[in-house]
Each structure stands twice: as C-alpha cells, then as structure tokens.
Design a binder for this molecule. Structure first.
Ligand SMILES: [Zn+2]
Length: 133
C-alpha cells in the first residue's frame, strides 16, 4: 500500500495534463494538501497517445459547450411554444364566442363572458368588442 507523507493511504487519481493525459498516479487523499508527488500507477504514455488525447479532450469539451447551449435554447423555445398555445387557445375561444353573437354579445357588441370577468380591456383584444360601430 502506498502511503503519502501525511501518513494516509494514497488514492489513485487521473492526470489530465497535456503530457500525461489519462495516466493514473498515486495522490494524497486530502484535497489541496502539499504532499509531494507519490508516483505513477500507469506506465509512461506512448507518444501517439500524448499527441492525440489532448485534442480529443478539447473536442469533447467544445461539444459539451454546444450541448449546453442547445439545451438552453430548447428550454427557451419550449416556453415560447407553451405561451403560443395558451394564446392560440384564448384566440380560438374568443373567435368561437364571436361566431354566436346572439348568445354571447350585448347590443353594443361587447361579449358577456368578458364583461362579467372584466377581461381584455387592458390588452385590447379586438374580439372582445365586436364590429358594431
Ligand atoms: Zn498526504
């Protein structure tokens, strides 16, 4: 068993430096300790791996950034779609009330349903007032 200089059993960590990408080594279990380097668990990297792996890691990180950005956009557009569905529902409902003027409007063309609830005046929906004047 490998023990660090503070007397604790060493843990296996993975290096992500450009010179030793993915190579495992023994390290102190205490985060941020000043224990010196304890040694490698894996043999030295072959030169081809040292060339290739850092580039692959950079590409993976770039793709992760793109994925995060797309997730944010998807979330935003999902909200827009829900809002548009709600507004379309309101629009279709108002349109259906307007199709039956005897049943739903007063003499001045104002819709009962909205009059009773005081809805619509603030945002000026044209379906609330009819076309009588
Ligand atoms: Zn230590």
């Amino acid at each position: 068993m490998v023990v660090c200089t503070c007397g604790k059993p060493a843990v296996v960590k993975t290096s992500w430096t450009n010179r030793n990408p993915g190579r495992r080594f023994f390290g102190c279990p205490t985060i941020g300790s000043n224990c010196p380097f304890l040694g490698w668990l894996d043999p030295p990297m072959c030169p081809r791996s040292v060339d290739i792996i850092p580039g692959l890691l950079r590409r993976i990180n770039a793709f992760r950034g793109v994925v995060e950005e797309l997730e944010e956009q998807r979330s935003k557009y999902k909200k827009y779609i829900i809002i548009s569905w709600v507004n379309m529902g309101k629009y279709e409902f108002a349109k259906s009330l307007r199709r039956n003027p005897k049943k739903t409007t007063t003499d001045d063309g104002y819709l009962h349903w909205y009059r009773e609830r005081g809805v619509g005046k603030s945002f000026g929906n044209p379906f609330l007032y009819g076309c009588s004047s």
